[in-house]
Design a protein around this ligand. Structure first.
Ligand code: NAD
Length: 493
């Protein structure tokens, strides 16, 4: 990464962003725009279209036409693959520009943003493009008088509603398998992270995606998101975001056409450190990065550290040292390790959790607002060193740079504390005891359990939650299950 290049890109004046519907850049039907505020300095960056229900319906109608006339699904698999691979290449060729655009809008540190946003989106598009001609149907082992064929068919029009923390990565985890499967899509970005997804759609057109195959409508969740959820013409709805919105989407599906709804929701993931962890300092360092990178705005963030009592004091000291060493600041500076909190609202929410823990007599290290003079939304990492399971900060997702540390005495107690949550997204276990590691993997209710590491799992493995962290999986070939319907042909021979 070249700092001068990043600085130059960050100075580019941005034109207003519009929807991308049916291959055209179009304004909101009533001409309304939303301000896009940069968390780096609290200043207005640009504007983007404030979508209406009519805009959303137009995008869904375009996706419906594009699906029904077969302009995408009926292309030979190799032709679709070629277009998707070209798209990935264009994203890679423009990666730094896209990453800077995203950082200006959502505040993620540039080092992480470059890898986790355009480059990982391109990697996901490549991965699913390469899989297109490797998906097979089945010949069933039936009575020889019959032939039972199981076809896998694209499910139709997919609605996607995505959050602001990693819009391209999380977006691509849905866009890539859906389009590779032959579906068409209408995507609604989060209000505070729309620009890079519009840019992604423009590059898709340039790569040769037929009009209407991938549409982006920007705007408010309660308007655009709700119109997608209530539509009678959307077959599958995929979502990453909060549990509260997830519930609304399920209700909307029940009220409308019973569209299949796949939810990727929040977490309160336990990171469990036993006294026999292979390297306590490494565990503390990885734990710090596992919660504080991207200012804690990571769905799988290890926000509840559970530590064996005998090492509690030593671990907290190490964790505090690693947290203090994390450089928080302007996310466009390549030396920054944790950028700005996404919005003023999120910053206030984070600080309120910390204040409440302090007021309840908990020992809190860090956790203050910093760099206020910049006008941006920055926060020092916060460690609540002696949290109890009764504390709100132990139970509720903060989605900020706030971690709790709680001690335990036995393996059984560690399991009970780990599972004492409505969530079940991720977890980690640090131990040198192989049997204990596997026992813990079995007993923890979560979609992803790390052993002696945190984060960084690649595209080849699924990511999804259990309990109130959601259903369905992003990543890996399992993601195709959401976008492909099974159809049986039963033939009398
Ligand atoms: P959110 O639910 O408020 O918003 C997510 C998306 O839903 C946004 O695009 C928003 O505009 C839209 N939305 C809001 N209200 C809506 C409505 N009534 N109808 C339809 N759409 C609506 O969540 P957020 O604050 O943007 O994101 C943070 C949350 O997302 C956290 O709880 C976090 O854990 C979760 N998250 C989960 C994962 C995962 O993979 N499980 C990944 C990232 C974030």
């Amino acid at each position: 990464m070249d700092q001068n290049q990043i600085t130059a890109l960050a100075e580019t004046r941005l034109e207003p962003f519009q929807h991308l519907i049916d291959g055209q850049s179009v304004p909101a039907s009533d001409g309304q725009m939303m301000a896009v505020v940069s968390p780096i300095d609290g200043a207005r960056l640009t504007t983007c279209a404030r979508g209406t229900a009519a805009d959303t319906d137009a995008a869904i109608a375009a996706a419906r036409r594009a699906f029904d006339d077969g302009r995408w699904a009926d292309l030979p698999p190799n032709a679709r693959k070629k277009i998707l691979l070209k798209w990935a290449g264009l994203i890679e060729a423009n990666a730094l520009e896209i990453a800077v655009l995203g950082v200006r809008e959502n505040g993620t540190e540039i080092g992480m943003a470059l890898k986790a946003e355009p480059l990982s989106a391109a990697a996901a598009i490549r991965y699913y493009a390469e899989a297109i001609d490797k998906l097979h149907g089945e010949v069933a082992p039936t009575d020889p008088a019959f032939l039972g064929l199981v076809h896998r068919e694209p499910a139709g029009v997919v609605g996607a509603i995505v959050p602001w923390n990693f819009p391209l990565m999380i977006g691509a985890w849905k866009i890539a398998p859906a389009l590779a499967a032959g579906c068409t899509m209408v995507l609604k970005p989060a209000e505070t992270a729309s620009l890079t997804l519009v840019r992604l759609a423009q590059l898709g057109l340039e790569a040769g995606l037929p009009p209407g195959v991938f549409n982006v409508v920007t705007g408010e969740g309660a308007v655009v998101g709700a119109a997608i959820a209530e539509s009678m013409d959307v077959d599958v709805l995929v979502f990453t975001g909060s549990g509260a919105t997830g519930r609304r989407l399920l209700e909307a599906s029940a009220r409308s056409n019973l569209k299949r709804v796949y939810l990727e929701l929040g977490g309160k993931s336990p990171n469990i450190v036993f006294a026999d962890a292979p390297d306590l300092d490494e565990a503390a360092k990885v734990a710090a990065h596992g919660i504080f990178r991207n200012s804690g705005q990571v769905c799988i963030a290890g926000s509840r550290i559970l530590v064996e009592r005998s090492i509690h004091t030593a671990f907290v000291e190490k964790l505090a040292a690693h947290a203090a060493a994390i450089r928080v600041g302007n996310p466009l500076d390549i030396a920054t390790q944790a950028g700005a909190v996404n919005s003023e609202r999120q910053l206030k929410q984070n600080l309120a959790f910390v204040e409440e823990a302090r007021a309840n007599g908990r020992k809190v290290i860090g956790g203050t607002r910093i760099l206020e003079e910049t006008g941006g939304y920055y926060m020092a990492p916060a460690i609540v060193a002696d949290a109890t399971p009764q504390d709100r900060v132990f139970r509720e997702e903060v989605f900020g740079p706030v971690v709790t540390v709680t001690h335990f005495d036995t393996e059984a107690e560690a399991v009970a504390l780990a599972n004492d949550t409505v969530y079940g997204l991720a977890a980690a276990v640090w131990t040198a005891n192989l049997s204990r590691a596997h026992r813990m993997v079995r007993k923890i209710r979560a979609g992803l359990v790390h052993v002696n590491t945190y984060g960084g799992s690649d595209l080849t493995v699924p990511l999804g939650g259990v309990k109130q962290s959601g259903n369905g999986h992003d990543k890996s070939l399992h993601a195709f299950d959401k976008y492909l319907d099974l159809k049986t042909a039963w033939v009398k021979l």
